[in-house]
Design a protein around this ligand. Structure first.
Ligand code: URA
Length: 443
């Protein structure tokens, strides 16, 4: 295999030969292909895409780059959900413990922040001591014991995605249907799942801003899952504004804990329940949407979801006291409130600007080696469509020093616009499964 030749072929819009992706991924994981060549190839894929056979081979190669979870004849259904990436999206932190209380198991493999979006692993690691790297045996044992594990890719588990994901994060090569599909599906298919629910974000803050692209991605991933024996459903959800109020790792963890107590922001709870209902249906433990929703609401209201989260944090070495007292999470030195400078209706809260603003504050990576500051970010209390008065509180900046708080103020000025009302897209607009597409709410 001559890697420069593969890069040139893809650059020129030609498919790689059968077997090339398998050999390439094996060599990349073994350290025989340097990152700069892989980044060039990924960029060529961003522009040229992959033929269906290439994508299928890439998914298989990434999946086979490491071990897989194998629950053998264990009768408990396993489900997971994965988002293509959003700002303020902390639904995984709520869903994993909630579902584990509903007679299903959740062996969740997540990622770190990617591009302008946040990552579940970074949020979990804002809890002191929390280990997101578990061995295969420990993961299997924990899922059997408490019904849930939340881990990342490791040198044993989908190492190809571990390397490629980190590389794509800092090389502008995230926005590609085949690369996103291969990254997500290789992780999910390594989990030995009964069913999978995909949260396909659409709107300006999504890696797939246009609805047609989001639907293409949803179709691609549903076909990959179903083709490998995993019942797969996708919901299209809004990412033209951040989800919930908090954006930034520890701030989002605190909000998720409030959500597990049933006190989360309405939009966060709505998307969480919509995804959770689909998880119960693909698992086969519920057949009626309304009953599934009631069951999940009961799990939250009874405190079971919160207790399951305590068990999860304890099992993975984190400080469980954080769950009862989120003030123990890392706190930024500077807090600065921002108010509305004019009266009107909030037109936009641009998630991409906010996401990059969190990175600017130190809460995300600009190089693969960067360490992140979990404490920084924004808590934005307004949503598109809300009427605000001049001087009304809009948001709080959490920063490490006055200089970065100052820059973050400029970020909020660009991100939040106030004026005449504009249409607000629905939170959950479409559902797609093997039988086709359903419009849930027209936008
Ligand atoms: N989430 C992933 O795991 N991979 C992607 O490429 C995008 C979102």
């Amino acid at each position: 295999m001559v890697v420069p030749r593969l890069i040139e072929r893809k650059r020129d819009g030609l498919p790689l030969e059968p077997g090339d992706w398998t050999t390439l991924i094996r060599a990349y994981v073994a350290g025989e292909v340097p990152d700069y060549q892989m980044a060039a190839l990924a960029m060529a894929v961003v522009f040229r895409g992959l033929a269906a056979e290439e994508l299928s081979e890439l998914v298989e190669a990434m999946l086979s780059s490491g071990d897989r979870l194998d629950f053998g004849a264990w009768p408990i259904p396993r489900v997971d959900k994965h988002s293509i990436g959003g700002v303020g999206d902390k639904t995984s932190l709520l869903l994993a413990p909630m579902l584990a209380c509903a007679g299903v198991a959740v062996p969740m493999i997540s990622g770190r922040g990617l591009g302008h979006t946040g990552g579940t692993l970074d949020k979990l690691e804002s809890i002191r001591g929390f280990r997101t790297r578990l061995s295969l045996d420990d993961t299997l044992r924990q899922v059997r014991d408490i019904g849930v594990a939340m881990i990342g890719q490791t040198p044993e588990l989908v190492p190809a995605d571990r390397k490629l994901y980190a590389l794509r994060d800092v090389t502008g090569t995230v926005e590609s249907i085949p690369l996103i599909a291969a990254s997500i599906m290789s992780k999910k298919l390594a989990e030995d799942l009964t069913g999978l629910v995909l949260d396909i974000k659409t709107g300006s803050g999504s890696f797939m801003p246009e609805r047609t692209q989001s639907l293409d991605l949803a179709r691609t991933m549903v076909a990959l899952g179903e083709g490998r024996g995993c019942r797969t459903v996708a919901l299209l959800t809004a990412m033209d504004r951040p989800l919930g109020w908090a954006c930034g790792n520890a701030l989002e963890m605190a909000e998720a804990i409030h959500g597990l107590r049933g006190e989360g922001p309405d939009d966060l709870m709505e998307v969480t329940y919509a995804l959770g209902v689909e998880m119960l249906l693909v698992a086969g433990v519920e057949t009626v949407r309304a009953t599934a929703r009631q069951r999940l609401e009961g799990i939250v209201q009874s405190g079971q979801a919160l207790e399951k989260f305590v068990a999860l944090v304890e099992a993975q070495g984190g400080d469980p006291n954080v769950v009862h007292d989120p003030d123990r999470l890392p706190r930024a030195a500077v807090r600065r409130d921002v108010v509305a400078l004019s009266l009107g209706t909030v037109q936009r809260v641009d998630p991409r600007t906010i996401g990059y603003g969190v990175i600017g504050l130190g809460g995300g990576r600009q190089r693969t080696t960067d360490l992140i500051d979990p404490s920084v970010g924004f808590v934005i209390r307004v949503k598109p469509g809300m009427r605000v008065e001049r001087g009304q509180h809009l948001a709080t900046i959490h920063a490490q020093d006055d200089g970065s708080a100052e820059s973050a103020e400029r970020v909020l000025e660009r991100a939040i616009s106030i004026g005449e009302p504009l249409p607000v897209p629905p939170l959950v607009s479409h559902r797609l499964d093997a039988t086709g597409l359903e419009t849930l709410e027209a936008g």
